[in-house]
Design a protein around this ligand. Structure first.
Ligand code: SER
Length: 313
């Protein structure tokens, strides 16, 4: 296998904390440098780590000068619900940092760049069921607007600079290793923690709010599979729709009840309900299936078994 040298930004976030161990396994721990604006926590402190504020271009350039990276995974971003509370900062962080990374990738001849997009690129006028790859997009959150604009920037860098940048429109990602980080889909992370700790959970989304979701191991696998796909097979240079499972709060609650019979869910929707209502219920990911063989492994039942087992110990 060709030797890669990988830089990851925002590695301390929900995805980064778990993607890092996937990258270590695949490419070797010594070949991955994790960075974040905050001091490393947990597993991150076991590998190469540097503090990096991706808004500071000189710091990014210094790191790229010091190491011959072949790939950058640019994960630093502010999620949907947190972004609505701090819109200008979300825009600045999500957009400026992406452009900084794309520019630096061109300048330092980075072979491949990964940048995550999201179902938040869709909006109220988007068809909700089996949402197609190419469709109406009218995002209502700053996070979603930044992801949609980011997709256009990625495609533009590919077309105008030949930069091999790849992206996925993640559904809500559910992992149990980090606490929720300001997303709308994060209820499906929090619910497991609360179910085990308190045997009850108050949902900020209504009982029947269906959203596309994905278990973390599938998200990590999708990301590495996409990055490992031969370049000529990649037909989407904005971001691929990918699908895992789809469920609503009452369904995840019933699944948890199979393991914790006393568990009770109550509902008190807040501002995040409107965000969830603007997003798809399920996604058509047939292009990802065709181009690089995407197939998720986990459904709601299998994911719940795994999370309850791991969080209980
Ligand atoms: N999980 C994200 C959020 O809820 C969506 O990509 O903000």
């Amino acid at each position: 296998m060709k030797k890669e040298k990988i830089l990851v930004t925002g590695a301390g976030g929900q995805l980064g904390s778990e993607l890092i161990s996937g990258l270590w396994k695949y490419y070797g721990k010594e070949n991955v440098i994790a960075t974040d604006i905050k001091e490393p926590q947990g597993i991150l402190s076991e590998g190469n780590f540097e503090i990096l504020d991706v808004l500071k271009t000189s710091n990014l350039s210094a790191l790229l000068k010091k190491n011959r990276f072949t790939q950058i995974y640019h994960l630093a971003a502010m999620l949907s619900a947190a972004g609505e509370k701090n819109p200008k900062m979300a825009w600045r962080l999500n957009m400026e940092s992406l452009i900084n990374v794309l520019d630096a990738a061109v300048e330092f001849k980075i072979e491949k760049v990964y940048w995550p997009s999201s179902i938040a690129v869709f909006g109220p006028s988007t068809p909700k069921v089996e949402t197609p790859q190419h469709t109406i997009m009218d995002p209502i959150t700053i996070y979603g607007i930044s992801k949609q604009a980011g997709e256009r920037w990625c495609e533009w860098y590919y077309k105008n600079h030949g930069l091999d940048v790849r992206s996925l429109r993640y559904p809500g990602i559910i992992g149990y290793k980090t606490k929720p980080g300001g997303g709308t889909t994060d209820y499906a992370v929090d619910i497991y923690w609360k179910a085990l700790a308190d045997k009850k959970y108050e949902s900020f989304l209504k009982a029947d709010t269906y959203l596309p979701m994905m278990y973390m191991p599938d998200a990590v696998k999708a990301t590495i599979d996409l990055m490992e796909c031969p370049k000529e097979k990649i037909t989407i240079r904005s971001a691929y729709n990918i699908s895992g499972m789809s469920f609503c709060p009452s369904e995840i609650a019933s699944e948890i009840k199979k393991h914790i019979s006393e568990f009770e869910i109550t509902y008190l929707p807040d501002f995040r309900q409107a965000i969830a209502d603007s997003w798809p219920k399920s996604l058509d990911d047939s292009i990802a299936q065709k181009d690089w063989g995407w197939q998720p492994e986990y459904d709601l039942k299998k994911m719940t078994n795994d999370i309850v087992k791991n969080l209980s110990v």
